[in-house]
Design a protein around this ligand. Structure first.
Ligand SMILES: C[S@@+](CC[C@H](N)C(=O)[O-])C[C@H]1O[C@@H](n2cnc3c(N)ncnc32)[C@H](O)[C@@H]1O
Length: 398
């Protein structure tokens, strides 16, 4: 078993200690008094020298401390593997619950980083293969052990390391893609239990798909009828479910030609009518549709994170308002809008305020049919708002 790198204790400032005590697992570099010399695992002390637990630590990353537990047992590889096993056990339990619709699905998240107690580590199942991402240098020496356990427990055809995200640079990690076990085809079939898509694990956005919206696709589809519009459609997750559930037509809007082509292929493969594909900037297309007097019975609005950093928030709020205002104007009486935000910096209450502002400016009264988050295979860790990044609100125009 791999030896774990243990660093000298790291002392956090009072603000960092308060954050950890309140349940948040991260301390930023600016709130650390004594940084470690190397990435690894270390005990964390408050300014008075009292122990706060053990963490993955980094000398130069913005996130200097990622707490693993609150007692004084050193972190071992056995502990990390126990966390991985617990994450897999929980997914197996979720798959037995019919409400998760995971039982018949072959695309879902197996490990959701901090929310599964494994900072920076994400593992998704995409049909026959697993896709792994890691953004925490302290965990990097243990990837092989993780892959061995994943292969033993799940027997995938292969495990792809998508070790190419930009966040890895902040941890001093190389950006690369590597097959970590078995073989990984260019394309794989992924089912959400109702529909099947082709995912390209090496190229697709995120690890190859937006698995977190799995249940929200079904939630909006309950209101399928008439003309539907899926804005920021990617491979048509919302739009194809709307067609399947009885919408007579759907327009998919996305800036990615490859995503729209995959949506078209998926529609054909699932025996659905051909969607209208619009490769365009979504802001411009919404304005154009409004000017042309187009109206829809169901609309999905699922932009990329408009606030990637906290300082982007004011501009992002204006963007969310503009998109929602336009979408609300396009909604027929009795129509339903499914509006999402995946900005971790935007809390649900603030998102609801933006939606209310947009409705006021659009001159529409809307009812909230439901507020949702990511599918439960993407668990939300209480006290860690970053894990509650996805908000999905269903609104009906009476
Ligand atoms: C969060 S994903 C959408 C996921 C999709 N709704 C689903 O459920 O699978 C955001 C999508 O927006 C697209 N996109 C990003 N900026 C865009 C823009 N300005 N106009 C149109 N599409 C854009 C991306 O290509 C990506 O497919």
């Amino acid at each position: 078993m791999q030896r774990v790198t243990h660093e000298a204790p790291v002392t956090v400032a009072a603000r960092g200690a308060a954050r950890l005590t309140a349940g948040h697992p991260w301390v930023y570099r600016s709130d650390v008094q004594r940084l470690p010399a190397h990435p690894g695992f270390a005990p964390v002390l408050d300014p008075a020298g009292r122990p706060l637990g053990w963490a993955a630590v980094h000398p130069t990353s913005q996130i200097a401390v990622r707490l693993l537990h609150r007692h004084d047992e050193p972190v071992t590889e056995a502990l990390l593997l126990a966390r991985l096993a617990a994450a897999l056990d929980w997914r197996a339990a979720l798959a037995r619950d019919p409400e998760t619709h995971m039982g018949g699905a072959s695309g879902y998240r197996l490990v959701h980083a901090e929310a599964d107690g494994l900072p920076g580590l994400v593992v998704d199942r995409l049909g026959p293969v697993l896709v792994l991402q890691n953004g925490c240098a302290a965990l990097e020496p243990h990837l092989e052990a993780f892959v061995t356990m994943l292969a033993e427990r799940l027997a995938p055809e292969g495990v792809l390391g998508r070790l190419d995200a930009r966040v890895r640079e902040r941890e001093g990690l190389p950006r690369e893609q590597r097959v970590l076990a078995g073989s990984v085809p260019e394309e794989v079939e992924v089912s959400d239990g109702l529909l099947t898509w082709t995912a390209r694990p090496r190229e697709g956005q995120k690890t190859g798909g937006f698995l977190d919206q799995r249940l929200n696709h079904r939630r909006l589809a309950r209101f399928a009828r008439g003309a539907a519009l899926d804005v920021f459609a990617y491979q048509g997750g919302f739009g194809l479910h709307l067609l399947r559930a009885g919408a007579s037509s759907v327009e998919l809007v996305d800036s990615s030609a490859a995503a729209l082509a995959a949506a078209e292929r998926a529609a054909a493969a699932n025996g659905l009518p051909t969607p209208r594909l619009t490769r365009a900037d979504a802001f411009a297309r919404l304005r154009e549709l409004d000017r042309a007097g187009a109206r829809f019975d169901v609309i999905a609005l699922d932009p990329p994170a408009l606030a990637k950093r906290a300082r982007d928030l004011p501009r992002a709020l204006a963007g969310y308002k503009e998109l929602n205002l336009r979408a609300m104007r396009l909604l027929r009486p009795g129509g339903v809008l499914g509006s999402a935000s995946c900005s971790a910096h935007l809390q649900e209450a603030e998102f609801l305020n933006v939606l209310a502002d947009a409705a006021a400016d659009a001159g529409r009264t809307l009812h909230v049919l439901g507020r949702f988050g990511a599918a439960p295979d993407h668990p939300e860790r209480l006290g860690f708002p970053e894990s509650a990044y996805l908000k999905f609100v269903l609104l009906r125009a009476p």
